[in-house]
Write a protein that binds this ligand. Structure first.
Ligand SMILES: [Zn+2]
Length: 279
């Protein structure tokens, strides 16, 4: 959801487009600059959360794009840790429990050193802000990215002292592009099994429900509107037929603004209605 008009507009606009869950940026995601929201904005935000009877368990923030806590460049890493801490404080002030991050890129320094940077950063921010949970989002395998499989997520979690404050977001576009076939029952079982084995399925808190412009295993990461990409309406129907994945809050990160998102939400609701669950 856009935050240009202040955080206070988010609950009302969410309901207006047919949603009951949302993701927002805590600041302009393309800048290092961020500040705490005004008391007035927060009061009006919380009042509308109540007015529209929204469940804060379904709210999440997405970290800024410049942050890279896996970076082996000291200045970038330090700025990233400081901004991540501020983002957590913004989340806390808004009563938002979850902050979603891309684990980061080691930029060629290797997986082990990247994971060490990530765990060091998380151990710092968890001490400075004590309420918000971090969600690790799966990514594609390009540019030294960490987090394209769940063994890497396990290594991050194992390195954190407050590992109970780490959850997961599964992005269907990133997953498909990374080689997880979410359109096929056996692919979905394989994904479920890997998450369960490596970190436990109960860490999975949100789904980023995005279609993809690319083919399975392309390692690209370009989102598409629901039904218009290679996952497609039938693929989402198969994916959402899984009880676990269909019972987790779904967040759209599809192209376009509120109008396109309203159309995507309507499509997702149609998919749900077409599924016949076994019980
Ligand atoms: Zn995502």
């Amino acid at each position: 959801m856009p935050i240009g008009g202040g955080f206070a507009k988010v609950p009302g606009e969410t309901v207006e487009i047919g949603g009951n869950a949302f993701q927002i940026f805590p600041h302009n995601p393309r800048q290092w600059a961020a500040r705490m929201p005004s008391d007035d904005d927060v009061v009006r935000f919380l009042r509308d959360v109540k007015k529209y009877e929204l469940n804060p368990e379904y709210f999440m923030c997405h970290s800024g794009y410049l942050i890279n806590i896996a970076s082996t460049k000291d200045d970038v890493w330090k700025k990233s840790v400081e901004l991540l801490e501020l983002e957590m404080k913004i989340c806390a002030k808004l009563g938002i429990k979850y902050l979603n991050i891309h684990p980061g890129s080691h930029l060629g320094a290797g997986e082990a050193s990247g994971i060490e940077k990530i765990t060091t950063a998380l151990n710092i921010v968890f001490k400075k802000e004590k309420t918000v949970s971090i969600l690790l989002e799966n990514v594609v395998k390009k540019g030294g990215n960490i987090g394209y499989n769940y063994a890497q997520m396990r290594k991050i979690i194992e390195g954190c002292e407050s590992s109970d404050r780490i959850g997961l977001t599964f992005d269907t576009c990133h997953g498909y592009d990374a080689g997880y076939d979410v359109t096929d029952p056996s692919g979905i079982q394989k994904l479920y099994g890997e998450i369960e084995r490596e970190v436990g399925i109960n860490r999975l808190k949100f789904i980023h429900l995005n279609d993809t412009k690319n083919v399975l295993g392309s390692q690209k990461d370009r989102h598409e509107n629901i039904g218009n990409g290679n996952i497609g309406l039938e693929g989402f129907k198969v994916f959402l037929s899984n009880h676990t994945f269909s019972s987790i809050p779904l967040i759209l990160e599809t192209p376009g603004d509120n109008l396109e998102h309203a159309q995507d939400i309507a499509k997702v609701k149609e998919i749900y209605q077409s599924i016949v669950y076994d019980h």
